[in-house]
Design a protein around this ligand. Structure first.
Ligand SMILES: Nc1ncnc2c1ncn2[C@@H]1O[C@H](COP(=O)(O)OP(=O)(O)OP(=O)(O)O)[C@@H](O)[C@H]1O
Length: 343
């Protein structure tokens, strides 16, 4: 549905050339959700804005639904852009118009008959769960509600493609979750292809089928989400994956934690499960084999695609020899092990 071929884009900043995108190629199959993740300044916004030619690449091809947008006249491009919806981090709603009027706006521009507009807006309000907000103004809505209005407004033109420019970055985690669920619902129910950019691996993990990692204007890795989580090839990708795991040691343990072993203290061990880790019941195996006990202090195990990954912090009792053996055992199963200290 979307294909970028060898896109290059440079900007001039104070007489200096900045390469925002260099040789970027990607394909988003129809009906899929494709995420592009990267840190600040990596080129994400430039990339997504190239898809509807809000930013015109210096070279390369932008093909959407079989049409090379770079070849189109401005009239033909304007028509084609209606097939490509876009939502933004800061919603971009018209503050002087009600929720209803905001959603109706693209339909009015299209000269849609009033009765049809009324029906379509009602259906869209229902789809995004805002039936009771039709007469409200954006200022009285929460961030999540504003983004729902923006999504409804974009869907009013029946786009085939939805571009999401950091659509959840201004929202709290719970609201982020509900907007991502709405995007997934729209993708499945209306068969809309979604390309999103984000700096959060959580977003990728929760709704994307495929992901590309962008760094300094280049796509350094891309593949299915489970492939990338299972076999990250670059340090940057590994960092993004690690950033979606937030290991949390309770204060009562934190207070007692010492860097060196002491009599009467047990090691506090962090285990990291990645796509390479063997999927065995390792805690009970270790306990049986080496006669030690594991007390789980913290655990976050998740699934992305078919891959299990996550982290766990355990307090391990038993002899020092048993601890050594357990650590070697975990390592043999490709589980990352780190002794955080002693408690
Ligand atoms: N209109 C512009 N004029 C000059 N330089 C620009 C312009 N737009 C982007 N750039 C530069 O291109 C590079 C990529 O910027 P871009 O906004 O695409 O990155 P990003 O990954 O979206 O970053 P962020 O997450 O901070 O928004 C940066 O060095 C930026 O300063």
């Amino acid at each position: 549905m979307i294909e970028l071929k060898n896109i290059t884009k440079e900007f001039l900043q104070k007489n200096k050339r900045i390469t925002a995108l260099s040789g970027v190629s990607l394909q988003v199959p129809k009906g899929k959700i494709f995420g592009v993740i990267g840190s600040s300044g990596a080129g994400k916004s430039t990339l997504i804005r190239c898809v509807n030619l809000l930013e015109r690449p210096d070279s390369g091809e932008v093909i959407v639904d079989g049409l090379n947008l770079m070849d189109l006249s401005s009239r033909a491009l304007a028509l084609q852009r209606r097939q490509i919806g876009m939502i933004f981090q800061h919603f971009n709603l018209l503050s002087s118009k009600t929720v209803f009027q905001n959603i109706a706006f693209p339909l009015q521009l299209d000269n849609t008959p009033t009765a049809e507009i009324s029906k379509r807006v009602k259906d869209l309000l229902q789809l995004v769960g805002l039936e009771d907000k039709a007469a409200d103004y954006p200022a009285s809505l929460s961030g999540g509600q504003k983004q729902r209005v923006a999504i409804a407004r974009t869907l009013a033109s029946n786009p085939k493609v939805l571009l999401c420019d950091e659509a959840t970055s201004a929202l709290d985690p719970a609201t982020t979750g509900s907007i991502l669920a709405l995007l997934k619902d729209i993708n499945q129910r209306l068969d809309i292809t979604i390309l999103l950019i984000t700096h959060e691996m959580d977003v990728v993990k929760s709704i994307c089928d495929q992901v590309a990692v962008i760094s300094e204007g280049k796509l350094i890795e891309q593949g299915s989400v489970s492939e990338i989580f299972a076999h990250p090839k670059t340090a940057i990708t590994r960092e993004f994956i690690a950033s979606s795991l937030k290991v949390n040691i309770p204060a009562s343990y934190q207070d007692r934690l010492t860097a060196t072993a002491q009599t009467g203290k047990n090691p506090l061990v962090k285990l990291e499960f990645t796509g390479q880790s063997v999927d065995d019941p390792v805690l009970s195996e270790v306990s049986r084999l080496f006669k030690l006990d594991n007390n789980i202090i913290f655990a976050q195990i998740e699934h992305a695609g078919q891959v299990k990954f996550g982290a766990m912090v355990i307090e391990v009792s038993g002899s020092p020899e048993a601890h050594e053996q357990a650590i070697a055992y975990y390592q043999s199963k490709n589980i990352g092990v780190e002794v955080l200290g002693y408690v």
